[in-house]
Design a protein around this ligand. Structure first.
Ligand code: BGC
Length: 253
């Protein structure tokens, strides 16, 4: 088994995506397979889908998995975009039991951030500087890096913005944009209310945007008014998959 070629899986609210990744370069060695996230996304249903993905890629070896919730020592601490029965469940154990492979679980936005810091927009800040990654998908994910060190589980989508009764990710996300059929300019203005607040509170040097909406960065970037520089993740939506594999590579040693 080549420990530099590791399967990364990104579990999202609507899709479960996986590819074998060269963890030295961050490049995908296979196509990125996407299966629909089962609804309800219970531990059993998600484990069955993960097994299908592994079968399709004919993979054996350690697996990194980005999970869309707080993850501490392999255990889910929240479940905003998956079934509530995940809370308190050991993600690694559930997937290991189903597949017979070793699993290493990390918050999905932390995974995307790990990839962006290693191979993408954050690579000039690994020794010096504060970087915030925001993933814009079903929810809003966050990752914070100080001089290259990750502060895990930054639940940036759970903040409340001024005059809002719901958390920020219910005010703006890629799902909210799609559901409301929003124009990119309206998305940009609304997203700026969130991002300019994050910028004012955390004062990072760089903000990296990932997740589905980051592919259309050019359509909304002019509405973002931050002191920090804002860049789209060069790996766009693949960052979560790549970062999960890189995370597992570090843990599996
Ligand atoms: C969750 C985060 C997750 C983000 C992106 C949020 O709803 O609370 O843990 O990183 O969605 O999936």
């Amino acid at each position: 088994m080549n420990q530099n070629e590791i399967l990364g899986i990104d579990i999202g609210g609507t899709g479960i995506k996986g590819a074998i990744v060269d963890v030295r370069t961050g490049s995908l060695l296979t196509e990125r397979i996407r299966l629909a996230t089962p609804q309800p996304a219970t531990p059993k249903a998600v484990a069955d889908t993960v097994q299908k993905l592994i079968d399709e890629l004919k993979y054996e070896g350690p697996v990194g998995v980005g999970f869309p919730a707080i993850v501490r020592k392999g255990i889910a601490g929240s479940a905003a975009n998956v079934d509530d029965s995940w809370i308190g469940t050991n993600i690694e154990k559930v997937l290991e039991k189903k597949t017979g492979l070793r699993f290493f679980a990390v918050n999905d936005a932390d995974a995307a951030g790990i990839a962006a810091m290693a191979f993408g927009a954050g690579k000039d800040y690994t020794k010096d500087g504060v970087v915030v990654m925001v993933t814009i998908g079903t929810g809003l994910g966050g990752a914070l890096f100080v001089d290259g060190e990750l502060m895990p589980n930054l639940e940036i989508g759970q903040i409340f913005l001024k005059n809002q009764k719901t958390v920020a990710e219910k005010f703006i996300s890629n799902k909210i944009r799609k559901d409301a059929n929003m124009k990119w300019s309206d998305f940009g203005k609304r997203f700026n209310k969130f991002l300019s607040h994050v910028d004012a509170v955390l004062n990072p040097d760089l903000i990296i945007l990932g997740g589905g909406a980051s592919k259309s960065f050019g359509e909304f970037k002019k509405h973002l008014k931050t002191n920090a520089e804002v860049k789209a993740a060069t790996l766009a939506n693949a960052a979560g998959t790549v970062g999960a594999a890189v995370y597992a590579a570090g843990k599996a040693k």
